[in-house]
Design a protein around this ligand. Structure first.
Ligand SMILES: [Zn+2]
Length: 277
């Protein structure tokens, strides 16, 4: 496994992503959670464009990720090198901490700091959340995320094969927890004790802000449980996705989505309705 992930070619990682998408795309047809109106292919097209920009940003920073990781491994730099750990324990703790800093923390920060939220919000503007939403990130958000990953590697000390393993698993898990699939309630609930289940993450895509600001985790649900951001709702099928301010049809287009961070926030449709009454 060490060997495999140390030299994993980028087309292998792309194949993982595509395979995950294809399998979930089929499952979303067989056991859908919600039935969306609108064109599924057009929706996927916009989301896959942002998946591609995420991949390009990651590729652009890959050199820095490898360099940072190699430096920590060579100089035994980072918290995980402070004591001699068996390889399996080093790998398990690295996976946990990369998930904490590289996903939970950087995600939480983007919900708390206004200028960062303006880049993250295009992820929340999707009104038909499915597996293609997983990597729908503004290119600037992708840079924030690489920055957090670099910080995590440097602080913890993580060999490159563990970083590659984490990144592959993280992308697959994100596709899984965004997937528009309906698992039996007990299965979803049991999963959510360890990993982020589809129902758990859907709460995060709710239009209702206390729910939007919850369930930030990606792989392991422990972070939300530990920091008090774990929220469940009784009937997850009644959740309404998206953001009230961005209901206009134009926000389904790539160009408009790219520009939203620099736009004035439109008046929420709900308020327009109230004013008219
Ligand atoms: Zn979010």
């Amino acid at each position: 496994m060490t060997e495999f992930f140390e030299h994993i070619p980028s087309y292998y990682r792309t194949a993982f992503l595509v395979a995950g998408l294809v399998i979930l795309w089929i499952l979303e047809g067989v056991i859908p959670r919600l039935r969306f109106s609108g064109n599924r292919y057009r929706h996927a097209g916009a989301n896959l464009f942002f998946t591609l920009t995420t991949a390009i940003v990651n590729l652009g920073f890959a050199f820095l990720v490898v360099k940072t990781s190699d430096f920590t491994a060579k100089d035994q730099f980072g918290l995980l090198y402070l004591v001699q750990l068996p390889l399996w324990l080093h790998a398990a703790l690295a996976l946990l901490m990369l998930d904490f800093i590289g996903a939970y923390l950087v995600h939480w920060v983007q919900h708390k700091i206004a200028w960062m939220w303006h880049f993250h919000k295009i992820h929340h503007m999707d009104i038909a959340v499915d597996a293609t939403t997983a990597l729908r990130h503004h290119p600037v958000e992708s840079v924030f995320r690489v920055g957090a990953l670099l910080a995590a590697i440097l602080v913890m000390g993580v060999p490159i094969w563990m970083v590659m393993f984490y990144q592959s698993l993280s992308a697959l898990m994100s596709q899984f927890n965004h997937a528009n699939i309906h698992l039996p309630h007990w299965v979803d609930k049991s999963l959510s004790w360890v990993i982020v289940s589809p129902d758990m993450h859907k709460v995060h895509h709710s239009r209702h802000q206390p729910e939007t600001d919850s369930n930030y985790a990606n792989i392991f649900s422990v972070w939300d449980r530990l920091f008090g951001t774990f929220v469940t709702v009784k009937d997850t099928a009644s959740l309404r996705y998206g953001l009230n301010e961005y209901q206009d049809e134009k926000y389904r287009q790539i160009g408009a989505l790219l520009k939203t961070p620099w736009e004035n926030v439109p008046v929420p449709k709900k308020q327009v309705g109230l004013q008219q009454q």
